[in-house]
Unconditional design. Structure first.
Length: 119
């Protein structure tokens, strides 16, 4: 299970943390920085966690924030998860790790209005 941490988890978590720094510099970007840090913690150890739609979603605000997030950097982080997932899918042992990266790729595209729950 430490394979996900060594091969992908640390790199993606660093990417999320580095992406959150410019967001925290501006007051407007703080919600984006918080989402980025939340996803960094999930990227380090995604097993036993499930991404669900939030019960108290803000609806239109979440949609607008997801659109802004998509263009600011969500697509690039999603492609990183997709690339790591494809690398893990090459081997039989890596398939569960590839599944986790694909789960995180979907979260990277639309993080607002989603919650992370322990299974």
């Amino acid at each position: 299970m430490l394979l996900i941490l060594v091969f992908g988890g640390v790199f993606v978590a660093i990417e999320y943390v580095l992406a959150s720094i410019p967001f925290f510099i501006s007051i407007i970007g703080i919600p984006f920085g918080l989402q980025s840090l939340k996803m960094a913690s999930v990227a380090l150890w995604p097993f036993g966690k499930k991404v669900t739609v939030a019960e108290k979603s803000t609806g239109c605000l979440s949609a607008i924030m997801n659109i802004i997030w998509f263009y600011i950097g969500g697509v690039w982080i999603c492609l990183t998860h997709f690339g790591f997932g494809m690398l893990f899918y090459i081997t039989i042992i890596g398939i569960p790790f590839g599944n986790q990266h694909m789960k995180l790729a979907g979260l990277a595209l639309t993080p607002f209005g989603r919650t992370i729950v322990e299974r």
